[in-house]
Design a binder for this molecule. Structure first.
Ligand code: NAP
Length: 270
């Protein structure tokens, strides 16, 4: 089948390559995209415009920053696209429901793991009516596609729960490191951690390098998680605070190598 991928980011480009390895023709649209996206899309079919991509694709897959998910779906719907739309973004079930009001045939999706370059690292979960058939069609490359027997919203809820812990706890750790620095007890805390919670000092340093370059898009994801918890009557403050913290770090967007802890703390305490 001809599949359109919006857009080939670090994750999206490996999703596209995995679908190509599964035997599909995979296209993208270069219109309005950055040089970095153009470079990552080498090897995919360039349809040029979004409308040409949607006209020629039976399936369109959205893998973009969470804050852009609804706008991307609206742009696809505006082309008159009448195939299947797979929203694979880290968004709340309510956001995917909003996507469902603009695109006709929706499959809900989410991705867990690093960019899918080798088998066994990364899973795409699908839910909704068409999920089992679509999962079967999309498997075959390094990305493992798993259908959950549940309605649209379940694949997104799974991602909210997963990232609520991984990215939520990463934000908490950076906030605590910032507090210890500001209060003048960073070295004393590191010594105490060394004794009672070995490995935490290394973890905060790894966290800084790992999340710094991606913090610009984590803020939106934290808001989606906060909304998900609130919709179930749970406190949303943890993840709203995490969104705040990640927003402070958005200046490290795509930094390579990732920022050292000192740089992150300076930014947080500025
Ligand atoms: N990377 C991971 O480890 C990972 C893990 C699990 C899930 N995911 C999922 O994959 C999504 C994308 O991650 P990624 O690593 O591919 O990010 P990325 O490398 O930053 O790429 C994001 C892509 O989206 C495009 N984009 C940026 N702003 C946009 C906007 N406002 N509207 C439409 N498109 C926009 C970018 O294109 P331009 O630069 O051309 O604008 C780029 O091609 C994440 O938000 C998350 O939901 C990623």
């Amino acid at each position: 089948m001809r599949i359109g991928v919006l857009h080939p980011g670090k994750m999206g480009s490996t999703v596209a390559a995995s679908f190509a390895a599964a035997g599909h023709e995979v296209a993208w649209a270069s219109e309005d995209r950055s040089d970095a996206t153009v470079a990552r899309a080498a090897g995919l079919i360039d349809s040029g415009s979004l409308s040409a991509l949607c006209d020629s694709s039976r399936l369109v897959v959205s893998v973009c920053p969470p804050h852009a998910a609804v706008a991307v779906a609206r742009a696809v719907a505006a082309t008159g696209f009448d195939g299947t739309y797979l929203d694979a973004n880290a968004v709340a079930p309510a956001t995917v429901a909003a996507v469902g009001t603009v695109v006709g045939d929706l499959v809900d999706g989410s991705i867990i793991g690093p960019p899918a370059r080798e088998p066994g690292t990364t899973r795409m979960y699908l839910s909704g009516e068409g999920a089992p058939d679509l999962a079967e069609a999309l498997n075959g490359g390094p990305l493992e596609v798993r259908a959950i027997e549940a309605p649209v919203g379940a694949a997104s809820a799974l991602k909210m729960a997963y990232a609520g812990w991984t990215k939520g706890s990463a934000a908490l750790l950076l906030a605590i490191a910032g507090y210890a620095e500001a209060a003048g007890v960073r070295d004393a805390l590191a010594a105490e951690w060394h004794e009672s919670i070995p490995g935490l000092t290394d973890r905060v340093e790894r966290t800084s390098r790992g999340v710094g370059p991606k913090a610009w898009r984590f803020a939106g994801e934290m808001r989606e998680i906060a909304a998900s918890l609130a919709s179930e009557g749970l406190p949303d403050g943890f993840h709203l605070a995490a969104a705040d913290l990640y927003e402070h770090l958005s200046g490290f967007k795509d930094a390579y190598p990732g920022p050292e802890l000192d740089d992150v703390l300076r930014e947080l305490l500025d």
